[in-house]
Ligand binder design. Structure first.
Ligand code: GDP
Ligand code: IMO
Ligand code: MG
Length: 422
């Protein structure tokens, strides 16, 4: 068997949680392979809404195993809080949530450092979610990190103190920020105890055994391809590999074990935080999309920046990920527009290009767009392709032709069932 992958092709928040939740019953196991509580994956069903940050989006499907892979960074406090919302909803999850021993831990002082580092950057700040992601991955690659499996070792507290001291020393070189380390530490150690109820596994052995037994596995990406540490709009990115290649390292599977790569794009585009966004509509039209699409962060509540779909950007991320199936979300949001624009090239200081330039942060990019007719009748909740207004179908045809892949699914609302499966 192979591991199928779901990931975002833009700057995050493409609707990964919804699609994972929908497809989950076709699988035996859902695994997160990177990122941490910077993610906010929204699921809506039975008139209820949940936002998951660390727990994979297969958790609401009875009997399905959910693995937090080694590539993830875990904040025990956030994980306990998320688990509590599952308790409140009466979900039986304890025996179905597995944690890879090699996943790294986010300490309170990582969050402290994140805040101080962002403040020191002034107007050049990344716009981080301040969940401690960057500092935790820095300690991982710097070979200083604490791993989930360490919580069972006798000298865990000593290891913690050594790392914390490093952080306190580092903080002296940053501007002061308000952070109640003592209170956060107390919560953290209490949440570490909470975590001990879950099954800690050697994720790489576990997942390969599952594959050998013929189990069906879905890897759930967080963030989006344009936030990838290597190929995103660096330095305005996150600190992990968000691409298909990250699945191998974040779970311990071989490249030959990758099956379908399901890439998700919104019918338009959003970004939250700083950094370049060539098709951004920093105007009334962008505000219209923000309000109609409810474009406010699932993790931080920040307003998301909105703009037109960008085919230069999508072709780049389809290439990097080896996408085999495309999914579009939020087509319903576009209803009511007279015209819709699609960017298919960039004009950079008089030169036309269809590639993402290395200098993306430093040059003025004028998107070259084609205009398509909008539609006025609602597509919200539609489940049949034939029910889409003719202009919406024409918009989809145009994108498919240009991207060279057909859409396998088109999402028409936040609810689990609001989906066209082609
Ligand atoms: P994720 O991080 O990729 O899982 O996406 P988020 O949950 O951060 O953001 C996606 C938002 O769009 C959530 O509020 C979803 O409930 C919502 N959503 C997902 N699909 C659709 C759709 O097709 N139409 C509409 N209107 N909302 C959607
Ligand atoms: P999901 O999984 C959208 C953005 C932040 C910031 C940059 C770095 O819900 O799609 P970090 O906290 O990683 O240091 O922030 O990345 N970012 C996201 N944007 N969706 C996300 O996750 C994101 N996770 C991080 O806004 O610009
Ligand atoms: Mg999100």
């Amino acid at each position: 068997m192979k591991v199928d992958v779901i990931l975002g092709l833009q700057w995050g928040d493409e609707g990964k949680g919804k699609i994972v939740d929908f497809l989950a019953p076709q699988y035996d196991l859902v695994a997160r392979f990177q990122g941490g509580p910077n993610a906010g994956h929204t699921l809506k069903f039975d008139n209820k809404q949940f936002v998951l940050h660390t727990i994979p989006s297969g958790i609401f499907r009875p009997g399905l195993i959910n693995l937090i892979g080694n590539g993830v960074v875990i904040d025990p406090i956030t994980l306990e809080r998320e688990a509590t919302t599952l308790d409140d909803a009466g979900i039986d999850y304890v025996s179905r949530l597995l944690i890879s021993k090699k996943a790294h831990l986010i300490l309170p002082s990582h969050r402290y450092l994140d805040a101080a580092s962002e403040l020191s950057k002034g107007k050049n700040k990344i716009g981080s979610t301040l969940k401690g992601i960057g500092p935790a991955y820095m300690d991982k690659t710097g070979r200083n990190g604490l791993r989930a499996g360490d919580i069972f070792s006798a000298d865990f507290k000593d290891k913690y103190e050594i790392l914390k001291k490093k952080h306190i020393d580092l903080l002296k070189s940053f501007p002061a920020v308000d952070f109640d380390l003592e209170t956060e530490e107390k919560k953290w150690f209490s949440s570490i105890e909470f975590l001990k109820r879950f099954r800690f596994v050697n994720g790489e052995y576990y997942i390969n055994e599952q594959l050998n037994q013929g189990k069906k596995i879905l890897a759930e990406g967080a963030q989006g391809s344009m936030l990838d540490i290597d190929f995103g709009t660096y330095p305005f990115v996150t600190s992990s590999n968000t691409l298909t290649s990250g699945v191998c390292i974040g779970l311990g599977i071989a490249p030959s074990s990758i099956g379908d790569v399901i890439g998700i794009t919104k019918a338009y585009c959003t970004r939250v935080g700083s950094g370049p966004f060539p098709t951004e509509l920093d105007n009334e039209q962008g505000e219209w999309l923000r309000q109609k699409g409810g474009e406010f962060g699932a993790t931080t509540g920040r307003a998301r920046r909105c703009g037109w779909i960008d085919l230069v950007q999508l072709k780049y991320t389809i290439m990097l990920n080896g996408v085999t199936k495309l999914v579009m979300t939020k087509i319903d949001v576009l209803q009511g527009l007279e015209q819709i624009e699609v960017c298919d090239a960039y004009n950079i200081e008089g030169k036309v290009t269809t590639e993402i330039p290395y200098e993306i942060n430093d040059v003025a990019i004028a998107p070259i767009t084609k205009t398509y007719s909008g539609w006025q009748s609602s597509t919200a909740g539609i489940k049949e392709y034939e029910q889409l207004p003719q202009q919406a179908a024409a918009y989809i045809d145009t994108l498919e032709e240009s991207l060279g892949i057909k859409f396998a699914m088109i999402s028409t609302g936040p609810e689990r069932e609001s989906l066209i499966v082609k």
